[in-house]
Design a protein around this ligand. Structure first.
Ligand SMILES: C[S@@+](CC[C@H](N)C(=O)[O-])C[C@H]1O[C@@H](n2cnc3c(N)ncnc32)[C@H](O)[C@@H]1O
Length: 256
């Protein structure tokens, strides 16, 4: 998928908050090897390097555009241009961190134990994923995809939400965990500007659909979604658009 760092970073402040909330829940430990999975444009990866300056920090990222942005933002990080689906941790990491990325991967039942298996004894797996797929911002994407001349091209993308509930991840991680902290937070994001929820999803989930279409059809699909989502999230009297957004967090410490 063609990630656009500029579109994604339009909301970098709002997107940074959960990344920091996750980072701050990781206990102090003397890490030598740290990985950031789905590291994106590197703006969070560089904070991992700041927290563990003596560690080798590796950013694993599947998009060439994001890797290029990441290399600029965090030049002292080792960048791996790789698909996480086939990524195997080469050695035990003291910290495997992933913010807003693993929901792009299927088969969490296999993925999460595999990643936790790449964490050294006493080390940490720290993950944040959005769990907002049942909110209008996301359901209206599916609704629009299935209601237009583009239906045949887009219907295969309408799949069940990729992120499960907290108990699912607890069951996967608890057998190998010394400590396991799983929680959810719903942020009331205050956005400004023209149809900002459309602009938000255009940097992420809507891209899956836009990528498949071209030219006037792509523009018509985006406009049809824009009209629906603007109605679902009208601005208040102050011109602000309130966008509640739920996220799932987990910090798992591997058994010694
Ligand atoms: C929403 S961005 C998050 C970026 C960064 N972690 C942050 O917090 O700003 C998701 C990132 O995951 C990457 N990604 C998604 N699926 C991937 C995969 N299968 N392999 C590698 N990277 C992937 C995307 O390219 C994108 O840069």
């Amino acid at each position: 998928m063609a990630w656009n760092p500029n579109q994604y970073l339009k909301f970098s402040g709002h997107r940074l908050r959960p990344a920091l909330d996750l980072l701050l829940r990781i206990p102090d430990l003397p890490a030598r090897r740290v990985a950031d999975l789905g590291a994106g444009a590197g703006n969070v990866t560089k904070l991992l390097k700041e927290r563990w300056p003596d560690a080798e920090v590796t950013g694993v990222e599947g998009s060439a555009e994001m890797v290029a942005a990441g290399r600029k933002a965090a030049p002292d990080v080792v960048w791996q241009h790789a698909d996480l689906g086939g990524w195997r941790p080469a050695h035990g990491f003291d910290v495997i961190y992933s913010n807003a990325a693993l929901h792009w991967l299927p088969n969490h039942e296999q993925l999460f134990p595999k990643l936790f298996g790449g964490v050294a004894a006493g080390g940490i797996l720290a993950v944040q994923m959005p769990r907002n797929f049942e909110a209008p911002s996301h359901t209206l994407i599916a609704e629009t995809a299935l209601d237009g001349p583009w239906r045949n091209k887009l219907a295969h993308l309408v799949t069940p939400p990729p992120v499960q509930g907290p108990a699912f991840y607890h069951a996967l991680l608890a057998p190998s965990a010394e400590n396991l902290d799983i929680w959810e937070t719903e942020y009331l994001q205050v956005l400004t500007g023209e149809n900002p929820v459309k602009e938000w999803t255009k940097g992420t989930w809507l891209m899956r659909y836009l990528d498949v279409l071209e030219g006037t059809e792509k523009a018509a699909f985006e406009a049809a979604y824009a009209a629906r989502v603007a109605k679902a999230y009208p601005p208040n009297a102050a011109g602000e658009t309130l966008f509640p957004f739920r996220r799932l967090f987990m910090v798992a410490q591997h058994k010694a």
